[in-house]
Design a protein around this ligand. Structure first.
Ligand SMILES: [Zn+2]
Length: 129
């Protein structure tokens, strides 16, 4: 994968703010100052964060407040077809709102711990392919 040259120009080493070189053949970023190597990986972390995003979106779209915001009037469901359709869609998701709440809570906690431990070098980001 190619990194955008403008992005490479503004990237700096997190250790010492030194300038970096991107070696596309090796898929690695190397700090010119301290020599630290940052390997590009598409491992389980990408999947964990994607699942996290889906669960958080499910939690948001199943929310009671969103349901009333998109489909309601002061004390009744709107007569507008689009708004009442959105209300019905949120209502169908709302039946599983508690499940989405717990799953997204656990997912956020796991993703935070996973990313933190991978960044500290304690865990290895398991590659999917
Ligand atoms: Zn450095």
């Amino acid at each position: 994968m190619t990194l955008d040259p403008e992005l490479v120009q503004i990237l700096v080493c997190p250790n010492d703010r030194g300038e970096i070189d991107y070696r596309e053949d090796d898929q690695v970023i190397v700090c010119r100052t301290c020599g630290y190597r940052y390997e590009r990986q598409d491992g389980f972390m990408v999947g964990a964060i994607t699942i996290n995003t889906i669960l958080l979106a499910s939690y948001t779209f199943s929310c009671h407040s969103l349901r009333h915001l998109v489909g309601g009037r002061k004390d009744e469901v709107s007569g507008n077809a689009l708004r009442s359709g959105c209300y019905a869609a949120c209502s169908s998701l709302n039946r599983r709102h508690q499940v989405f709440a717990w799953l997204s809570l656990c997912s956020v906690g796991f993703a935070d711990i996973y990313v933190r431990l991978c960044s500290m070098g304690i865990w290895t980001d398991y590659r999917l392919l």
